[in-house]
Design a protein around this ligand. Sequence first.
Ligand code: PHE
Ligand code: FE
Length: 273
Amino acid sequence: MDGSSAPAGAGTITQDWAGYRPEEHAVWRRLFDRQARALADRAAPEFLDGIAALRVSADGIPDFRRLNDVLDRATGWQIVAVPGLVPDAVFFGHLAQRRFPSTCFIRRPEQLDYIEAPDVFHDIFGHVPMLMNPVFGDYMQAYGQGGLKALGLGSLHHLARLYWYTVEFGLVRTPAGLRIYGSGIVSSHAESIYALDSDRPHRLAFDLMRIMRTNYRIDDVQETYFVIDDYDQLFAATRPDFTPYYAALARQPDIAPGALVPGDRPIAREARP
Ligand code: PHE
Ligand code: FE
């Protein structure tokens, strides 16, 4: 399929790649260089493989048309450009069709360490490499379908926590130790160090219902991370119909971001050299 001719739906725009200014490419370059160094022995192998296969590089902000050719051949995913945050139903509708909505703008040089809203570095560098992985790509599509269902059931506040603690802030066990696959971590310099190296946060074994009860913070590094064994575990755990899960969750209290509860299984952090 030719990605450029697929109907992208209402609210999408076109990335004006030729219109980026040199200063904007320079911001990408600085972010990329810093993260490439930080993530070489911290990011999940699937993330690093995705970056390499997509040839996302320090050259500058990538052209979505080129990435879409590679993505389409690998997993059938496409990037669609959007002006900013889109309504939940629109976002889930895109994911359900294997389209990932991405912003086009890049943060200003004084925002290298923190921005309030996702920019093209977070959306492309952070999210798109994992869409090259077949199992993770299927999980993201299923999440979109599940999001539409949760919206209809009034349970999006529960499901949204699953996205937060996996897609955005997930850790994975590997033979070499814990690794990062969450986009919110890989696109943040401070958190890509903190998530693996700090003694402060909890690192708990993945537990679907526990995650959907756990509040999260959007204004600071996470107090708790959830660790999957692999993406098959994640996909298998989320395959059942969530309707009875939501009914059960409605009767259970939320858990604070930094709290521990009975049944939690802390995952030992490998000593890092
Ligand atoms: N199986 C879930 C449901 O029935 C959908 C889902 C899939 C949710 C993958 C999250 C991730 O709602
Ligand atoms: Fe994100």
